[in-house]
Design a protein. Sequence first.
Length: 268
Amino acid sequence: MKNCLLILLSISLVFILGCDGNSDKETETGQIIIRAFDAPFQGNVEHIFLNIVEVSVHKSDSESESDTSSDWIVLSDTDTTIDFLELVNGEMAMLVQTELEAGHYSQQRLLLGDSSAIVVDGNTYDLKIPSGSQSGVKFNLGFSIAPDEIVEFYLDFDAERSIYKYANDSRYILQPTFRVFKSQSSGTIAGTVTDTSGTGLQNISVYAVAGDDSITTLTGESGAYMLILLAGIYDVSALGYDLYADTTYQAVQLNAEEHLTNFDFIMK
């Protein structure tokens, strides 16, 4: 009888300890980072202010991108207004840096507020969002995050493809277009643009072209530029008003996490 009681007591103790272990188990998390920058707008535009009120991700029960069985998880609900025209040549804005439960996620979403605006020739105009866009800008870029893993994304705002002006009217429409990719899948190409005397030239357009896709930046005050690009093969060229570059760099191979420099241009 004593042996039976001891066996029952042992089983009960194991069961209790097992329950306690499960109740104390912490949710395993990694870290997600989302940064944003701009593909600049050509023309007499001084500022493009985007009002971002929420950043969220959609958790999936499987690695199928079409799975929609879970809710959106808010990563940030801080009301933030960012001048995207300041985010060129390597300058970025931090949108999110937070812990995220390990698992698979099928989508990301930006929710925009009502305070987006554009400044043209010193005049400020509202950037109106069509009713169909008010549910947020969604990116179907699925990803998985493991415990203790850091996953970082870049959002490249394409201003040229996002902002439309009414003909014969000073009204602007915002239909946000972003390129979204993991930072670990990207690299950079950098250099300077000068005149024949060696003086740096500002606001020269530098293009990286891969197939039908073209990514653009503008040179800064010193003539320096930096393109943040997905790994790939690019033709890199520069063009200014009534100025032409001395060369085009063809079939430039950019590998992930590679930083190419000295892709310089002389404008004539």
